[in-house]
Write a protein that binds this ligand. Sequence first.
Ligand code: NAD
Ligand code: DAU
Length: 355
Amino acid sequence: MIFVTGGAGFIGSNFILDYLSRHDEHVLNIDKLTYAGNPYNLGSLDGDARYHFVQADVADHAKIAELFSRHRPRAILHFAAESHVDRSIHSPGEFIHTNVNGTFNLLEVARHYWSDLEAQQRQEFRFLHVSTDEVYGTLGSDDAPFSETTPYAPNSPYSASKAASDHLVRAYHHTYGLPTLTTNCSNNYGPYHFPEKLIPLVILNALDGKPLPIYGDGQQIRDWLFVGDHCTAIREVLARGVPGETYNIGGWNEKANLDVVRTLCDMLDELKPKAAGSYRDQITFVQDRPGHDRRYAIDARKLERELGWKPAETFETGIAKTVRWYLDNPQWVANVRSGGYLKWLELQYGGKEKS
Ligand code: NAD
Ligand code: DAU
């Protein structure tokens, strides 16, 4: 069995669906089911004997220790996190709880479990920590992309909490020899993406006739990767990554936010035209995010060179699949837009319109 934490979230659920379409190994999904966790993402696994779910907080020591001793996993893949930068600016405490204390707790439990294993199982055990490119801070327009040796310089409470968790993972390998793997990935997009993040927010606001909020001048750059390619990279790192190493994952798809939003508008104009005008007419510039990182870009050559991974999707093919998925899944969309979601939109966007 493998453990997956945060498997009801965006990337975790894509990972579990992808993994079980290729392997017969059992998967235990450990998820607290915060606002971002949605068991409905995994509804297609109902009745599948290989899939197991436990609702638990990764920071709950007794519960996590009990799960390790009962199920004796060969690996843990740690996706669970508070993941939204804007929420970390409003309420950083939850980010420290889950991303720092939660990761520390998993490492402690895993260390004790691993140190009691027999020699061969000790050698084969893996703790794979899923992290982000945001730990490296921000780039100028002429800077080289982030590599695995770029110094850490996190700028938001979210990225600082992820940086802290990466450092703990590194220390547990260095000090105790725990066989850890860390991945630092760029911005993902694709099915099951919660509509607080730019791409799904814009698709759904566009269809609802609402403003499409662009922070600041919209010239901030992100390096976009289709979520299925992230899942493939994680499978490769789990299978063949070298313990103690970190691997950057990215799609070589740098785009300015305004260009991404215009592309989405143009696709929707084709697929679901408005009665009059273009979805571009809904673009609205709003107050910038405090401390907003200007540019991220990932150098993924280590992963390509050492493990032979390359993304299968270009931005054009991946974004077409994504827009189509949101149009084809109105039930999922209705399900995630709960009262809590609407309160978040009011807190984040209420009264912020500039033009
Ligand atoms: P998400 O917010 O969609 O999902 C997070 C999941 O973790 C949810 O199911 C939530 O219920 C669960 N969770 C939160 N706190 C928990 C706790 N204390 N105990 C147990 N479960 C808890 O996040 P995501 O976008 O799927 O990101 C997954 C991981 O990938 C995160 O570690 C994130 O930092 C990293 N990452 C994300 C991106 C991206 O673009 N989304 C890019 C690079 C790295
Ligand atoms: O780089 C990896 C990171 O990507 C992950 O670690 C995070 O978990 C994930 O949320 C994502 O962070 P970003 O802050 O880059 O993603 P977000 O979708 O929130 O924003 C993308 C860009 O769009 C960013 O420059 C802010 C901008 N933006 C976002 C929102 C929600 C807007 O202009 N308007 C918006 O309404």
